[in-house]
Design a protein around this ligand. Structure first.
Ligand code: NAD
Length: 439
């Protein structure tokens, strides 16, 4: 399984002449977006060329002794897009679709996300091409420990700090912290965030992304003069982000009229019983909505959810859910992107033309990395905050960032997505200019 390549790959030094990846991939989209923003900002061509390539890319061949005694070799990556604004920060993904271009794209998005919320990090991402469902707990543990040992030369609390992403969780972060601690003969818990709380994790980290989505939704509604109690919200994806956002918005007074997951959706135009749904999901062996049979909840499909009668739509499942084929049918006036990349470029254009307000992923779902930043700060100081303090500081940063993106976009007369990207790229460029080119 996987390629047998390994070693540090220096990025090509040919600047803008780097071969373009195939059209459809996310890295291509990220580069197109950067080129567009660079032109609008009048970015220095040298700075533009720096940002078009990740600073450092490491590909590793990870041998794992499987439970049946066979050896399998998995391909893993760690890509550091930019460290201009501080140590690199980004999640680790275990998935069969993981490839170098995807990891590059997600690393660059982390650079923009950290810049737009003004936290002192650059962007990185990691991934291992594997099917975690097929791996036992012991195999996952051995895979994680070997991958960690192989990327250790480039990670560290002041270099690059991994965190959970798709199919990795606090347990995986604990194995990474323990592996580094064993190899360095000292406790190094500040090398990852999203750890279990007893190992230096932060209170409030689990709900942080959904809480950030809820805070941004409330701010947008306030600006539009719409009362929370009169707002109908539909949420696609009922995992970590979607369920937390739905629960917190419901507590704030919104009516959650539709929710969905991989097994389908539920709808009630007068508002679903979120507490009862959460109890069902907590009891379900896989945490799914399937089997929830309350008489006040009608079953709907995921396509129906995306185009349902609601004021706010929160896509919080996967990328590319809003596309050219369904964007014209979306009824919501506002879209808050909980997931990364849920809207294609074509859908974005259609929705913008129709006057739908979209709060982009790099701002809307930044609550997770903000609380990861708080976790790192707490670990470095060995001084831990209570949950109220975490949530208060999260709200302060999300509201400030929303206000800044709103003001910037208004001043430039551009949609919020473009405004957020322009602000982010400008901040990274400023840091690069201030550092100068070494040596
Ligand atoms: P998760 O695995 O906990 O939840 C994903 C949810 O989406 C599940 O309920 C799943 O059933 C549902 N889903 C999958 N396919 C679906 C489909 N076709 N239609 C409807 N629902 C579907 O993942 P998560 O951590 O909640 O992440 C969701 C998204 O948010 C991802 O794009 C992720 O990259 C992004 N994100 C997560 C965080 C975080 O802190 N967890 C931070 C930033 C961004």
């Amino acid at each position: 399984m996987g390629q047998q390549t390994s070693g540090l790959h220096a990025p090509s030094s040919s600047g803008m002449a780097t071969a373009e990846p195939p059209k459809a991939d996310l890295w291509h989209t990220v580069l197109q977006q950067l080129d567009d923003v660079a032109q609008r900002l009048g970015l220095n061509p040298g700075i533009h060329a720096i940002l078009r390539q990740p600073e450092r890319e490491l590909t590793v061949a990870v041998p794992v002794l499987m439970d049946d005694g066979q050896i399998e070799v998995f391909t893993g990556y760690r890509v550091q897009h930019s460290s201009a604004r501080g140590p690199c920060k980004g999640g680790l993904r275990y998935h069969l679709d993981v490839n170098l271009n995807e990891v590059r794209a997600l690393a660059a998005l982390m650079t923009w996300k950290c810049a737009v919320v003004g936290i002192p990090y650059g962007g990185a991402k990691g991934g291992v091409c594997c099917d975690p469902v097929r791996l036992s707990e012991n195999e996952l543990c051995r895979l994680t420990r070997r991958y960690t040992a192989m990327i250790m030369p480039i990670i560290g609390p002041k270099r690059d700090i991994p965190a959970p992403d798709v199919n990795t969780n606090p347990q995986v972060m604990a194995w990474i912290a323990d592996t580094v601690s064993m190899l360095e003969f000292q406790t190094v818990i500040d090398i990852v965030t999203g750890k279990p709380v007893p190992l230096g994790g932060s209170l409030g980290r689990r709900e942080a992304t959904g809480r950030g989505v809820a805070i941004i939704t409330a701010e947008l509604l306030r600006r539009k003069g719409r009362a929370l109690a009169e707002t109908k919200v539909a949420v696609q994806g009922y995992g970590n982000v979607g369920s937390s956002a739905a629960t917190i918005l419901n507590e704030m007074g919104c009516k959650i009229v539709a929710v969905s997951d991989v097994t389908g959706g539920l709808y009630n135009p007068h508002g679903l019983n979120i507490a009862a749904i959460n109890e069902h999901v907590a009891r379900h062996p896989r945490g799914w909505l399937e089997g929830y049979n309350a008489p006040d909840a009608e079953r709907i499909t995921n396509d129906e959810l995306l185009t349902i009668d609601a004021h706010v739509l929160i896509p919080a499942a996967l990328e590319h859910q809003l596309r050219a084929d369904n964007a014209a049918r979306v009824q919501a006036e506002m879209i808050i992107e909980g997931a990364n990349g849920p809207t294609t470029r074509e859908a974005d254009e259609i929705l913008n033309e129709r006057g739908v307000i979209i709060v982009p992923d790099i701002l809307a779902n930044a609550g997770g990395v903000v609380v990861s930043y708080f976790e790192w700060v707490q670990d470095l100081q060995c001084f831990f905050w209570d949950e109220d303090e975490v949530n208060r500081n999260l709200k302060r940063i999300m509201v400030r960032s929303f206000d800044e993106v709103w003001a910037f976009s208004e001043a430039r007369k551009v949609p919020l997505r473009l405004g957020a990207y322009m602000l982010a790229v400008d901040r990274v460029a400023e840091a690069l200019q201030a550092r100068g080119i070494f040596p």
